[in-house]
Design a protein around this ligand. Structure first.
Ligand code: PMV
Length: 395
């Protein structure tokens, strides 16, 4: 039986939510909690299965979009059984859907493999005969499956002059990050920042900005055609030394809020009073200071920047009574605490050297907690057998 298991972490935003919508930098970190995706072939199945039940694409738009893109029935791809589990709470701003998309993309790529040019080097995207990579000029990963340009297909010519590789060798983190982002965009009506997919794919600490930021490693550009026009982001990775005794405690308020509504609220606020753009710029300054502190390994200063960021988010009106209460409860035992994501509900995070004490304080104030190490690995391929499960014949 062909089988692949892949997993990817969730994320939380350390600095810069909301301000990132207006071009300011934002920093996200991968958390320890992960989504695990297992795909396998099962005898006698004639349609896709998800967690043992018949697959319904309308309930699972991310899986549907990935299936269309990576495993198209129209070119003979066989039905799969998919199992999804993990410990990232859903719809809480912790990137569970991006982690799912990134892990599933890796699993499908490992299972179908990749055509590359004969004598080519699979680590060089220009040698691929198919796939998505930001360094391949003619790849438009954002089109839906039916509209993918022919030039983006780059399929092998019945194997002539091409080599087929599969499993770990065929997986490319940049590809999973790009496809994950495009799947988020499809599922969210054309609007999605690459923050979640990039952090879930690469792991570690990711800095997103509308321009190249100094002092950090630039890893690539993401472009997206949205209903409001073309948007572009510069992605950077921040290589910070993080001590083993440093933790993030995530506290869930138990309230759910809509990111779209929170973003709309800020947009209306700025429209009414354009001078409040100063607060957005101040969040950008705090985020840049936070990155400097991360690069120096000065976690007291990182915590301080988180506290300042929370004050600014509160002023902006995107915190909530419950978020404030959990942040206040976490402050005495931590280096810094703030809401993470869109606010209004959802989660807060605390950076701490006393995870048990911080977690207990948050729980006492009414939050549900998860403890995570600070720096966590990105996408991993965890198990394979009997591959490839299927591969496209090529044109
Ligand atoms: O709640 P999340 O993790 O989806 O984060 C939203 C972050 C915002 O800055 C509020 C919106 C955005 O698109 O960046």
């Amino acid at each position: 039986m062909g089988r692949v298991v892949a997993s990817a972490p969730g994320k939380c935003i350390l600095f810069g939510e909301h301000a990132v919508v207006y071009g300011q930098p934002a920093v996200a970190v991968a958390i320890e909690q992960r989504m695990i995706v297992e795909i396998s072939t099962e005898d006698e199945i004639s349609e896709w299965k998800l967690d043992g039940k018949e697959f319904d694409g309308s309930k699972h738009p991310h899986v549907q979009a990935l299936r269309d893109r990576m495993w198209p029935k129209s070119v003979g791809a066989t039905p799969l059984s998919v199992k999804i589990h993990g410990d990232i709470p859903a719809a809480s701003g912790l990137g569970s859907s991006a982690a799912l998309s990134v892990a599933a993309c890796a699993a499908l790529r490992a299972a179908r493999g990749r055509w590359i040019r004969k004598n080519g080097d699979f680590s060089v995207p220009e040698d691929w005969a198919e796939g998505y990579h930001s360094s391949i000029e003619d790849t438009n990963s954002y089109a839906d499956s039916e509209n993918i340009r022919d030039s983006a297909r780059r399929s092998g010519q019945n194997g002539v002059g091409h080599l087929h590789i599969f499993g770990q060798d065929s997986i490319d983190v940049e590809e999973c990050s790009i496809v994950g982002h495009s799947i988020e965009a499809v599922a969210q009506g054309g609007r999605a920042s690459p923050m979640d997919a990039t952090t879930c794919a690469y792991g570690g600490i990711i800095l997103l900005s509308d321009k190249l930021e100094p002092g950090v490693d630039w890893t690539g550009t993401r472009n997206l055609s949205t209903p409001n026009g073309d948007v572009s982001w510069e992605i950077h990775s921040v290589s910070a030394k993080s001590p083993d005794d440093l933790f993030l405690v995530i506290g869930h308020t138990g309230d759910y809020s809509s990111t779209a509504q929170q973003v709309k609220y800020v947009a209306e606020l700025l429209e009414k009073d354009p001078l409040r753009m100063k607060e957005i710029e101040a969040i950008g300054h705090v985020a840049r200071r936070g990155v400097d502190a991360l690069l120096k390994g000065d976690y007291t200063a990182v915590g301080h920047a988180m506290k300042e960021n929370q004050v600014l988010l509160s002023l902006l009106g995107v915190s909530s009574e419950k978020l404030d209460r959990l942040v206040e409860a976490a402050n005495p035992s931590s280096l810094g605490a703030k809401l993470t994501g869109a606010g209004g509900g959802g989660c807060m995070i605390a950076l701490t050297r006393n995870p048990k004490e911080t977690s207990e304080a948050i729980e006492l104030a009414g939050g549900r907690t998860w403890i995570s190490k600070f720096n966590n690995k990105g996408l991993t391929l965890d198990a394979i057998s009997d591959l490839p499960i299927w591969f496209p014949p090529g044109n």
